[in-house]
Design a protein around this ligand. Structure first.
Ligand SMILES: Nc1ncnc2c1ncn2[C@@H]1O[C@H](COP(=O)(O)OP(=O)(O)O)[C@@H](O)[C@H]1O
Ligand SMILES: [Mg+2]
Length: 479
């Protein structure tokens, strides 16, 4: 198992740099072979054609020079002259030149070897039929050779042939040395590119290396890591995304810590009370039944409180976990509000309060009935809790643009301006003592808000101390 900057690499690790370089190398090798073979073929063809044109032109010249002398019945009488011609051209062209009469008999040979013998060669046969022909051959002893047969014509009659045999080894040598130079050049250029790429990838990949230590620190628990990347490319986008991710991670972590601290604190308070009450009871002998009952009632209240907190916490955890899970059904909101009022009426009666339902519209809407009910109950319950005896709580329902609006107003104690931004926070209570007396946990509004948010709605509040409070719950009507 390899490690890079302390990060364990389980899979077989092949660096990006190596991948890039090897891909490049393979491409270069393929290109190299294609280029070399194409260039070699092309250069050879070109040189050979040049040579052929040259020799053909010379053959033409020789044929012109000798055409008259071959037309006479016995051309051997001009042997000396013809021999001087082949000698001269043979030397100039560095080739072997043979003149044949129409019976394919050699009349003059620059090598002075085949005199008066008959030569049977394809090029000669063709030239005697009036065709200019040329072929290349390879012989083990002398290498590459070009043969040319050229007809000798006098007064429209073919009287013989000029045959040239010329070594083209030098052409191959020229081309090979040129190709060799090209190969060297290509290899040098490729190597330079490889080195350049190697250095460039280092520069390109440099930003990535900044992530490793940051990620390592996050793994160790230090979440607020930042990377500083100023490349104006995808890496800087990645860096920005990374940074905002760590900011969010940090936030979540802080919230989690605060939440755990709050929960522990909230649970500890009733537990401490219970402990105190029980110890008190245990320490006393012969307690009156009445006092016993009083203590037990207090203990019971604290247990109820604990129960409330745990139930609401579980409800919050459930909402957090199933953030996107809503059991949506089409229903009349009016019907749900009626149910809520029915359920909370006994509580209001206890405080001699009235719940008034102001139904301005009938609204059909697609919602999670139980959740919306829970959210609104919390708010109406607060309105009852935080109002004086004998007051009135109004619940109005109407449509406002594309929103179903539930307005819950009381003329209770009100909320101080400085507390308004926090009332939806978990465990926040304006007056801890009062809230405690009424059995509040400080979780109700945060649960309501979360539920309304899940329905893409909003929840707002207006309040004046001593005058009362109004909550506006708006849920989009999509049906
Ligand atoms: N209608 C209201 N009138 C006055 N204060 C309110 C009202 N509703 C909420 N509050 C304040 O906001 C706090 C948070 O409310 P909530 O989250 O429901 O917690 P609690 O469990 O205390 O009711 C309450 O403790 C209370 O101080
Ligand atoms: Mg509440």
């Amino acid at each position: 198992m390899a490690t890079i900057l302390g990060i364990e690499i389980k899979k077989k690790f092949v660096s990006f740099r190596w991948k890039l370089l090897s891909t490049y190398l393979i491409l270069i090798i393929i290109l190299f072979f294609i280029l070399i073979s194409v260039t070699t073929d092309y250069l050879l063809d070109w040189h050979i054609n040049e040579r052929k044109t040259e020799l053909t032109e010379d053959s033409h010249q020789i044929a012109e020079d000798i055409s008259y002398y071959l037309s006479v019945y016995d051309s051997s009488i001009y042997k000396t002259y013809l021999q001087s011609i082949v000698d001269k051209y043979g030397e100039n062209l560095n080739s072997r030149i043979i003149i044949l009469n129409k019976e394919k008999r050699v009349v003059a040979d620059s090598n002075d070897e085949f005199n008066f013998t008959t030569l049977n060669l394809e090029e000669i046969d063709k030239s005697l039929l009036g065709e200019i022909s040329s072929n290349n051959y390879y012989f083990n002893d002398i290498g590459n050779v070009m043969y040319i047969g050229y007809p000798v014509v006098f007064e429209d009659e073919i009287n013989g042939s000029v045959f040239i045999s010329s070594s083209i080894n030098s052409l191959y040598e020229n081309v090979n040395s040129l190709i060799y130079k090209i190969k060297v050049l290509l290899i040098v250029v490729s190597l330079l590119i490889m080195v350049g790429l190697y250095l460039l990838t280092y520069l390109f990949l440099k930003p990535i290396n900044k992530f490793y230590p940051a990620i390592e620190n996050i793994k160790k628990g230090d979440l607020g890591q930042k990377v500083d990347i100023r490349t104006s490319d995808e890496f800087s986008l990645l860096g920005d995304a990374f940074n905002s991710m760590t900011v969010r991670l940090n936030e979540v972590d802080e919230q989690r810590e605060a939440f755990v601290a709050n929960v522990s604190h909230e649970l500890k308070t009733p537990l401490a009370s219970i402990k105190l009450l029980t110890e008190n009871l245990l320490l006393q002998d012969n307690i009156e039944k009445k006092v016993y009952r009083e203590f037990l009632k207090d203990i019971n209240d604290e247990i109820d409180r604990l129960n409330n907190i745990v139930t609401e916490l579980l409800s919050l955890v459930d909402l957090d976990k199933n953030k996107l899970k809503l059991d949506l059904q089409i229903t009349y909101l009016n019907y749900i509000l009626e149910k809520i009022i029915e359920q909370l009426n006994p509580l209001a009666k206890e405080k001699n309060m009235k719940l008034i339902f102001e139904e301005r519209d009938r609204i059909q809407i697609k919602i999670d009935k139980n959740k919306i009910k829970q959210a609104v109950i919390n708010i109406v319950h607060n309105a009852i809790k935080y109002s004086d005896e004998g007051s009135v709580v109004k619940i109005a329902l109407y449509t406002d643009k594309n929103y179903a609006t539930i307005k819950i107003s009381d003329n209770g104690y009100g909320i101080p301006k400085e507390s308004l931004p926090y009332i939806f926070d978990r465990f926040y209570r304006v007056d801890k003592a009062r809230s405690r007396k009424t059995g509040g946990t400080g979780l109700g509004l945060s649960i309501s808000k979360q539920i309304i948010n899940m329905h893409h709605g909003t929840i707002n509040v207006k309040s004046r101390v001593g005058r009362g409070t109004t909550f506006y719950v708006k849920i989009p009507i999509e049906v």
